[in-house]
Design a protein around this ligand. Structure first.
Ligand code: SAH
Length: 259
C-alpha cells in the first residue's frame, strides 16, 4: 500500500493571523490583501469581518462564528499539514481582543509555525471617523485601550474607575451595551461630567454612525438610538473641538527634525 504523500519540508507555509481592518475592504494592508489573494484556506471571524474582503478569492472560506476553538484549530492545522496557505482572519488588529493567544498556544504545542500580520484597529478607524487626535499636547499624551468588565472580568486595578483618574484619551471596546455603567464609572473615577465622549458604530462601514455628547448626556442619547453593538466608545478631553492649544510640533520655534 502506498503511504500518504506529505509535502516536502520547504512547501509548508506558516499559518498567518491576519488583521482584516475595521470594515472598509480598502483598510487592509497590501500584505494582507496579497495573503488573502493567495490563500488556500481562510477561517474568518464572521461576526465582524467584512466578507467583501473574500470576494473572488480562490480559498475555501470558513466562518468561525459558530465554531469552538478546537474546530477552528483543526481547520488551520489540516490546511497547514496539506502544505496549503492558511489565513486566520481577525477583525481590526489581531493583538486587541483577538483571542489569538490561545490559538498560538495550540499551534505551539503542535509545533506548527505561524506569523501575525497587523491590521487597522477599529480604535483608529473610530478616531479617523471622529477626526480627532487622541494625543493632544498639554491635554493628554496617553491613549488607553480598555473595556468594561462583562462576561470577561477586568482586574480591579484597571477598572474604568481606576483608569479614569488619568483623564487620558480612552477607547473602550465591547462595552456600548453597558454605556450607563461605563459613564457612571468614568465620572466616579475623575472625568468631569462635561468631558466630551463619542460612540462610533461600524466605523469605516457604509452604515457608520456617530453619536457625540458629554458624559452627562451620552447614556440617554445612546438609549434613544439604534446603537447596541459593534461600537467604539471614545472619551477624553482630547475630543473637545474648542481646544486652542496648538501642537508645539508646528510651532516655528520648535526644532523641525520631528515633523
Ligand atoms: N481586534 C478588533 C477588536 C475586536 S473586539 C480591533 O482591533 O478593532 C470587538 C469590538 O471591537 C466591538 O465590540 C467594538 O467595540 C469594536 N469594533 C470592532 N469593529 C468596529 C467598528 N468597525 N467600529 C466600531 N467599533 C468596532
Amino acid at each position: 500500500m502506498e503511504a500518504m504523500q506529505s509535502p516536502p519540508e520547504s512547501d509548508y507555509h506558516p499559518v498567518v493571523f491576519l488583521g482584516a481592518g475595521p470594515g472598509d475592504p480598502e483598510l487592509i494592508t497590501l500584505k494582507g490583501r496579497r495573503l488573502l489573494d493567495t490563500a488556500d484556506v481562510v477561517v474568518y471571524a464572521g461576526s465582524l469581518v467584512n466578507v467583501a474582503l473574500l470576494d473572488g478569492i480562490k480559498a475555501a472560506c470558513h466562518d468561525s462564528a459558530s465554531l469552538d476553538l478546537e474546530a477552528i484549530m483543526e481547520l488551520l492545522a489540516q490546511g497547514y499539514r496539506r502544505g496549503e496557505r492558511v489565513v486566520r482572519l481577525h477583525t481590526g488588529d489581531p493583538a486587541i481582543y483577538g483571542a489569538i493567544r490561545e490559538q498560538m498556544q495550540w499551534l505551539d504545542s503542535r509545533n506548527i509555525p505561524y506569523e501575525v500580520v497587523p491590521g487597522v484597529s477599529s480604535a483608529f478607524a473610530s478616531a479617523a471617523a471622529l477626526k480627532v487626535e487622541l494625543t493632544v499636547p498639554e491635554v493628554t499624551q496617553t491613549v488607553i485601550f480598555t473595556r468594561q468588565a462583562g462576561r470577561t472580568p477586568v482586574p480591579e486595578r484597571e477598572s474604568l474607575r481606576n483608569l479614569a483618574r488619568a483623564q487620558a484619551s480612552m477607547c473602550i471596546f465591547l462595552s456600548v451595551s453597558m454605556i450607563a455603567t461605563v459613564v457612571a464609572d468614568l465620572i466616579e473615577g475623575g472625568y468631569p461630567p462635561t468631558t466630551p465622549i463619542a460612540v462610533v458604530e461600524k466605523a469605516s462601514w457604509p452604515d457608520q454612525q456617530i453619536v457625540r455628547g458629554t458624559l452627562a448626556d451620552i447614556a440617554e442619547t445612546i438609549k434613544g438610538s439604534q446603537i447596541r453593538k459593534t461600537a467604539m466608545i471614545v472619551v477624553g478631553p482630547a475630543l473637545a473641538r474648542e481646544s486652542t492649544i496648538a501642537s508645539k510640533l508646528y510651532d516655528a520655534a520648535f526644532n523641525h527634525e520631528y515633523r
